[in-house]
Design a protein around this ligand. Structure first.
Ligand SMILES: Cc1cc2nc3c(=O)[nH]c(=O)nc-3n(C[C@H](O)[C@H](O)[C@H](O)COP(=O)(O)OP(=O)(O)OC[C@H]3O[C@@H](n4cnc5c(N)ncnc54)[C@H](O)[C@@H]3O)c2cc1C
Length: 509
């Protein structure tokens, strides 16, 4: 059988794309997912519904080189819903400047004005109204009301206000900067992944086939056209055929799939014995991620805390001396019971309270390479965090702000002692930079490894309609295509990408 569309990866972008394409009953859509599929919420393991997961059976178990001397676990969701099914359910949009930059780089279809309708279409925002927001879309978004904030979060909010950060009621308003509740894709305590928001209402369609436990090995390409995929299912290698093939396997696995299919830097492919179909030097380059670093303290005894409430307050701010709006974030993370955070790869003490500055507009670029042509061998992920001095400068600024928030305001009396930081380190440039290098980790947002761009950009892997250069009928639709990272957690942008491209694909061949 030949499908009209085969999509690899049922994650944030892929599930949205499959659901939208299969709204057309005349189109046969096959959605392939390497991880398991839970078709109803009642049968979904509890950890997939609540807290974020960074290890275990729904994770790919990857590692990455954060800096030349620091290797870290590098979680990626492996389940229908992909990253959206394991993530921290922070539902932030990029700033208008992020999308206008994409447009200025030669991708005029991705300006803020052009992507706004798709941001609105994907959401069912329960609190914010007006021109920037949507109602009735697949992803439920809410903000915790102040009366539900945890004691520690309230203190963090008050401390940030005392330091001069503006009060923000909607972090997704394009002008917002300051402290306020994170918008979250969470309803009644359940994370609304794309498996729940998009796939669940589409499962009855006879023209949508969802196959889990299927590992796509490579795209079959003949005479410059994608004809289907070589896949492995339950130990058997098979082929599936489709008129169009779309890779939505995420910013780590989509470029790996491209390279295994012969699309990538010619020399690297040759070294691994892979026949080059298209010499595309940009595949795997331009790897961008948001780094963060934890300042950890123990709380005094007796602070009330509801373990089901995670990350509800945050700061979006512009670093001192920076001219890039909202280029930083600050989180508070409270950990009171390790059992309630299954698979948390971070080695934090329990109980603990952390303030976590995170760089949103990194200048450093990393790189992804295939280690082997064997699809079971994970790629080499080199994040190259903080290689640019401006990245380090803004992170150091963030640590100093976190230290002040933990010392000067209403949060300070709730903290007993610091676990990994001293005043001497905070106040000594070299020591602080060493601390950051030795403790930085990921906010889990890799993007950019098959970036879009105009013909004039030799490093662009796809055009602005996400069509792979040099191969007919092949697209990449996921985090890989971002030419630069957005100043926000990346889930909503990935879903928006799925929505945006579905609109084109429904109206073209
Ligand atoms: C632990 C964690 C916490 C996060 N927290 C947040 C947050 O709070 N807010 C936020 O906005 N973002 C968050 N993110 C990031 C966000 O979830 C991702 O940016 C987003 O989900 C990426 O979407 P995607 O469509 O590019 O890929 P994914 O959602 O990763 O989807 C890719 C899918 O493809 C499948 N796949 C890969 N290779 C193959 C193959 N060869 N064959 C078949 N299937 C394959 C994968 O199993 C996966 O399901 C978090 C991510 C993680 C991992």
């Amino acid at each position: 059988m030949e499908y009209d569309d085969i999509i690899v990866g049922a994650g944030s972008a892929g599930a949205a794309l499959a659901a939208r394409l299969s709204e057309d009953p005349d189109r046969n859509v096959l959605l392939l997912e390497a991880g398991p599929d839970y078709s109803v919420v009642e049968q979904t393991p509890a950890d997939l519904l609540t807290t974020w997961i960074s290890a275990g059976p729904h994770d790919w178990g990857l590692t990455a080189q954060a800096t030349p001397t620091r290797e870290i676990p590098y979680p990626r969701g492996k389940v229908t819903g992909g990253g959206s099914a394991v993530n921290g359910h922070i539902a932030l949009r990029g700033t208008p400047g992020d999308f206008d930059e994409w447009a200025a780089l030669g991708n005029h279809e991705w300006s803020f004005e052009k992507v706004l309708p798709f941001h609105r279409k994907l959401e069912d925002d329960r609190d914010a109204r007006g021109d920037f927001h949507g109602v009735g879309g697949p992803i439920w978004i809410e903000r915790p009301p102040p009366e539900n904030w945890q004691t520690l979060n309230r203190a963090f909010f008050d401390a940030a206000r005392a330091l001069g950060y503006a009060e923000v009621s909607d972090h997704n308003d394009p002008q917002s900067t300051g402290v306020g509740p994170w918008p979250r894709n969470r309803r009644g305590g359940v994370r609304i992944s794309t498996a729940i928001g998009y796939l669940a209402p589409a499962r009855h369609r006879m023209n949508l086939t969802i196959r889990a436990g299927v590992h796509a090995h490579r795209v079959i390409i003949e005479n410059g056209r994608a004809l289907g995929l070589e896949i492995e299912c339950a130990g058997a290698t098979q082929q599936v055929r489709g008129r169009r093939v779309t890779l939505s396997a995420g910013a780590i696995h989509s470029p790996a799939l491209l390279m295994r299919s012969g699309i990538g830097p010619r020399d690297e492919l040759a070294a691994l014995g892979i026949k080059c179909q298209v010499n595309s030097p940009g595949v795997g380059r331009n790897l961008i991620d948001h780094p963060m670093v934890f300042l950890v303290a123990t709380p005094i005894a007796g602070i009330p805390h509801d373990p089901q409430v995670t990350n509800p307050i945050g700061i979006r701010y512009t670093a001192a001396g920076s001219d890039e709006f909202n280029d930083m974030q600050m989180y508070i993370l409270e950990l009171f019971d390790a059992n309630l955070s299954p698979g948390l790869a971070l080695d934090l003490p329990v109980p603990s309270v952390s303030l976590v500055p995170g760089l949103q507009r990194p200048r450093s670029r990393g790189r992804l390479r295939l280690r082997s042509a064997n699809p079971d061998v994970p790629p080499v992920i080199d994040l190259n965090y903080l290689a640019d001095p401006e990245d380090m400068r803004r992170m150091a600024d963030g640590v100093r702000i976190a230290w002040r928030l933990m010392h000067e305001g209403p949060l300070a009396p709730m903290l007993k002692e610091f676990v990994n930081m001293t005043a001497e380190v905070v106040n000594t440039k070299a020591a602080l930079e060493t601390f950051i290098r030795e403790n930085c980790t990921t906010i889990f947002h890799p993007v950019g490894t098959a970036k879009m761009g105009p013909d004039s950009d030799p490093m662009a892997v796809v055009d602005q309609y996400c069509r792979v250069r040099g191969v007919e009928g092949l697209r990449v639709v996921d985090a890989s295509i971002m030419p630069n990272i957005v100043r926000a957690n990346t889930n909503l942008t990935c879903i928006m990408i799925g929505e945006r491209v579905a609109d084109w694909m429904r109206n073209s061949d």
